[in-house]
Design a protein. Structure first.
Length: 89
């Protein structure tokens, strides 16, 4: 069962990363980094959730994996444009 949870979380993470790269290609640092971060982060989140919750909570494990994957993908996101601030004295 843990194999299916791990495989499902990797697929969810890859789908999120692929969607992020296709939707906002200019706001992520590089395609391979983004496509690698999504599945690895989702897998880590799922394994961590499985360790905390125990067996028998497959849906909660997948949700936790997706949440951690989305959180780490959001850390890669760059601002849309630079904000110029002028200080007038």
């Amino acid at each position: 069962m843990i194999f299916l949870e791990a495989f499902g979380s990797v697929l969810i993470g890859f789908a999120m990363a692929l969607g992020a790269v296709r939707r906002l290609p200019d706001r992520f640092p590089s395609r391979p980094l983004t496509l690698g971060t999504g599945p690895v982060a989702a897998l880590f989140g799922a394994l961590l959730a499985h360790a905390v919750l125990g067996p028998g909570h497959a849906i909660a494990t997948l949700i936790a994996g997706a949440a951690l994957g989305a959180a780490l993908l959001s850390l890669l996101l760059r601002p849309a444009s630079r904000v110029r601030r002028s200080v007038t004295v």
